[in-house]
Design a protein. Structure first.
Length: 462
């Protein structure tokens, strides 16, 4: 942890481990599904809710966990989340049936929701100025290593030990992280916040997000025009609209409406969410391209895929240091434009060595924007609402990525050259990626408009 001292180093280390645990388990679970399915006597398709359930509870509860942290104490909520994560990991590790494991992974996502956004906010609260951006970037950078080591940890345990070992590995890591927090990191919270929780707000936002994520996650399987999908998506829209209305009238809202009216905060969040679609879409389509189009083995494809993960992790780590010289919004524009161009180039090249290099650039641009979105929004958020703001931002990023993947997979299957197996050809995949490259330019356009508007306002003030 270069550049940090004493308790600062412990805080950054604990935050990094907490975020790493959340990321690592997500990617390890994805890789281990076939092995787990064989051991529990089912199929990977039927066991998909192991991954989906983890993401569902994580995505729907981060904002609630953030508000609880702002009220009751950020260190307290992270430590409780770590304890919950450790206990539930043991529950998952001894699972004897698919239903048992699915229930366990849904519960595991609850702990992850208490760890991911609150660890970012806790880190931000411990620093000021440029050092704050560096600390948050470092935490997100080390957390992004989970995208790199998760598949390897999952593969190693699944092949040489047991898939259950991944869950048991969580326990000592949770204990170490909690120990660092309890020994070296002081508590911090919003001292002015009431201890009561906005129950109507919690219900409407959680239920709304559950409906939307279920509808998006199952839309391709059920059919986008099917009654269950349409009902879920409409119910989610109604509930989230009700949440906005409830928050406007609530005495102590879960999410302060003033935060949503803060134009820079909203624009940065929206731009980050749009560009985060690239990471999710490229993760899916590059795997299809390398294995189904280029005919590579899973191991060979996984090695090339490391370029995407490595670029993402390294750029996330350095993002905070870059903000000491340039505004995060300016760097986000650069990263998004670079990523869009690299994504376009990716669709025209053939040599695998060159494909790997460009894939690294795509990964670096997504990692830069992921970290900078969190850095910028933490700077804009009031100190007393940092955890709530972090939960909201991360929810938007994950939800945007999930929607992007769902829509992309539907398009690929609809125009596939082999409808029976839904095996796409290079032209189909490249067309979808080119469309994605154009779509993500909406992010830098909105940020550029924000920067230009702010410059004109500053001139008028003078």
């Amino acid at each position: 942890m270069i550049g940090f001292r004493g308790r600062e180093r412990s805080l950054v280390a604990a935050g990094s481990l907490a975020v790493l645990l959340v990321q690592m388990n997500w990617f390890a679970l994805n890789l281990m599904l076939p092995v787990i399915a064989g051991d529990l006597g089912t199929t990977p398709v039927r066991l998909q809710w192991v991954v989906s359930g983890y993401l569902l509870s994580l995505g729907t509860l981060m904002m609630v966990a953030g508000r609880l942290a702002d009220q009751r104490g950020r260190r307290t909520v992270v430590v409780i989340g770590l304890g919950w994560f450790a206990v539930v990991s043991v529950f998952c590790g001894i699972a004897q049936s698919p239903v048992w494991l699915v229930i366990g992974c849904v519960a595991l996502g609850i702990g992850a929701a208490m760890m991911l956004p609150v660890a970012v906010a806790l880190t931000a609260a411990g620093f000021e100025g440029g050092l704050q951006a560096r600390a948050v970037g470092t935490v997100l950078g080390f957390g992004a290593l989970g995208t790199v080591i998760g598949p390897f940890v999952g593969g190693m345990f699944a092949e040489h030990v047991s898939w259950r070992g991944v869950f048991f590995l969580n326990v000592p890591l949770c204990v170490i992280t909690a120990g660092l927090l309890l020994r070296h990191v002081p508590e911090n919270r919003d001292e002015s916040a009431p201890r009561s929780l906005d129950t109507p707000g919690v219900f409407t936002v959680a239920a709304g997000l559950v409906c939307v994520m279920l509808g998006v996650g199952q839309g391709e399987a059920w059919g986008w025009a099917s009654a269950p999908t349409v009902t879920l998506l409409m119910a989610g829209l109604v509930l989230l609209t009700a949440f906005c209305l409830v928050e406007r009238r609530a005495k102590d809202p879960l999410l302060d409406p003033a935060l949503l009216r803060h134009v820079p905060f909203t624009v940065v969040t929206a731009a980050g969410a749009v560009f985060n679609v690239v990471l999710f879409v490229v993760s899916v389509l590059s795997a299809l391209y390398l294995q189904q189009v280029r005919g590579l083995s899973p191991v060979h494809a996984g090695l090339i895929f490391l370029a995407l993960s490595g670029g993402n992790a390294s750029a996330s780590y350095w993002a905070g240091r870059l903000t000491e010289r340039r505004r995060p919004e300016v760097l986000m524009v650069f990263g998004a434009v670079t990523g869009s161009v690299a994504l376009l180039v990716l669709t025209f090249i053939q040599p695998l060595w060159l494909y790997t290099m460009v894939l690294f650039v795509v990964g670096a641009s997504t990692g830069l924007n992921w970290a900078l979105t969190n850095v910028a929004t933490q700077a804009y958020a009031p100190p007393q609402q940092r955890a709530t703001a972090s939960g909201m931002v991360l929810t938007c990023l994950i939800l945007a990525g999930a929607i992007g993947v769902a829509v992309t997979v539907t398009i690929v299957k609809a125009v596939s050259s082999n409808a029976a197996t839904a095996a796409p050809d290079a032209h189909v995949l490249n067309t979808v990626l080119r469309g994605t490259a154009g779509l993500v330019l909406l992010g830098p356009l909105s940020l550029t408009a924000l920067l230009v508007t702010e410059r004109f306002r500053s001139r008028d003030d003078v």
